[in-house]
Design a protein around this ligand. Structure first.
Ligand SMILES: Cc1cc2nc3c(=O)[nH]c(=O)nc-3n(C[C@H](O)[C@H](O)[C@H](O)COP(=O)(O)OP(=O)(O)OC[C@H]3O[C@@H](n4cnc5c(N)ncnc54)[C@H](O)[C@@H]3O)c2cc1C
Length: 412
């Protein structure tokens, strides 16, 4: 895996970042017979993960590449509907039942999911995954990217490639090195991320709770709850200056069934702050380089779609890039432009939905009015109908444009 780097290397396609976008693209290219090197700066996938929602669109891709059976062996919790508890009143809002071919979303720890993609990739001779290798910059000539500079174990080296794909997330090093700037759309919140023990008598659902200026999402991870407690943007420092009891009280107020367990949160060290950000690049490529996933468009956690959009980008990219990469000549702008054109609209529409929810639901919910919020009566009435609850399930579960794997696996 992490061999001592030679000072100069080359590959057909260099992917920077072993998150959902990078691992799926690496796997699909190697599976189609393209020599690919994936660099991941961490030594494992147990990073500061962000979410573990594997939506139907991703399940479908896993099925298409024959990985679904292995995926189903991972520890997971299948969710068919999502509820909100608003001002003490439960309201089902998203319902996957009746959707085809998958009528649920799977909650799977992201590290297990990424490890599955990595181990599948390792079956292919052209798949070279380098853990603890960090890209530090780009090599270019006359405006064309020719490769990257990287660092591993205190040594630096160059890796040349016909194409570099930046999958290095919202704080993309390569995006910065290329001087590309994303347009920021803003987010009213950040998330405090921590665990609470889960007991047999707890609710089965994964749900969000909103009350009197506080909001928390609880993800059922079978033996514990993964909690995302939302705070107004930048508000975590003020909260952290207070005793942890302040957060314990707020958790108990939102979810009374957790009252006897809030003391397991003993210090702020157990609570991570995850920055929420929504942005998008105007242009996702330049000669010799493509950006996908959060590196091209950071997604809000709303709807838990970021992983799935990153995967859809990877599938679209693999479909468009494989012929040129297999032919072994530098990739020109045509397929790169086609990838952006294909993925821009679904990204833009998904972000538009997220921004509306941020504006109309999250901002008011986090305001300090102290009043108990209520779901408007008309909406409550509409949400009684299963077909209405299917609409957000379709948008978040399958996305605005479905990608399919078009390339067969090379023989191994
Ligand atoms: C609070 C929060 C909660 C979220 N919850 C969910 C959720 O429940 N479901 C969901 O679908 N989405 C969620 N998201 C969004 C989701 O995390 C992202 O959209 C998704 O991870 C994007 O995948 P990616 O592969 O593009 O980037 P990332 O997942 O960010 O992966 C980038 C990878 O690149 C590596 N890397 C970075 N720099 C370098 C470098 N220089 N060299 C080598 N490697 C590098 C990183 O270590 C990382 O592994 C959430 C986001 C936030 C902020």
């Amino acid at each position: 895996m992490s061999a001592v780097p030679e000072s100069k290397l080359s590959t057909r396609c260099c992917i920077v970042g072993g998150g959902p976008a990078g691992m799926m693209l690496g796997l699909l290219l190697a599976r189609a017979g393209v020599p690919v090197t994936v660099l991941e700066k961490h030594g494992d996938f147990l990073r500061d993960f962000r979410g573990d929602t594997v939506h139907p669109s991703t399940l479908q891709i896993l099925d298409e590449i024959g990985l679904l059976a292995k995926f189903e062996q991972l520890p997971q919790h299948k969710v068919q509907h999502l509820s909100g508890i608003v001002g003490g009143r439960e309201q089902q809002v998203i319902d996957f039942r009746g959707l085809k071919p998958f009528d649920y979303l799977a909650l799977v720890p992201q590290w297990d999911f990424l490890e599955l993609l990595a181990s599948e990739g390792r079956r292919y001779p052209h798949f070279d995954l380098r853990m603890r290798h960090a890209a530090t910059g780009l090599i270019g000539e006359n405006g064309r990217t020719l490769g990257i500079r990287a660092e591993a174990g205190g040594r630096t080296y160059e890796l040349r490639a016909d194409l570099v794909v930046a999958c290095d997330g919202r704080h993309s090093t390569l995006r910065e090195a290329a001087g590309m700037q994303a347009r920021e759309f803003g987010a009213p919140m950040d998330a405090l991320w921590f665990r609470m023990p889960r007991e047999g008598s707890d609710p089965e659902d994964t749900f969000g709770i909103v009350d009197r200026g506080h909001m928390m999402v609880l993800l059922n991870r079978t033996d514990y709850w993964q909690a995302a407690y939302l705070v107004p943007k930048g508000g975590d420092q003020a909260l952290r200056a207070k005793p942890i009891a302040r957060l314990q009280d707020s958790i108990a107020q939102l979810a009374a069934f957790l009252t006897d367990r809030t003391a397991t949160l003993k210090s702020w060290d157990q609570v991570k702050t995850l920055e929420v950000r929504v942005d998008r690049l105007e242009r996702w490529y330049r000669p010799g380089m493509l950006l996908i996933g959060d590196a091209a468009h950071a997604m809000s956690p709303i709807g838990g779609v970021g992983i799935n959009l990153a995967i859809q980008d990877a599938v679209a990219a693999a479909n468009a890039l494989t012929p040129a990469l297999l032919a072994g000549h530098p990739v020109d702008a045509v397929p790169l432009r086609a990838i952006q054109r294909r993925r821009l609209a679904p990204t833009r529409w998904t972000q538009a939905v997220q921004l509306q929810i941020q504006r109309r639901v999250i901002s008011p919910a986090l305001s300090k009015s102290g009043r108990s919020p209520r779901v408007p009566r008309l909406l409550r009435w509409l949400l009684r109908y299963h077909v209405v609850r299917n609409i957000p399930a379709r948008i978040f579960g399958y996305g605005f444009r479905r990608e399919h794997v078009k390339l067969p696996a090379a023989k191994i």
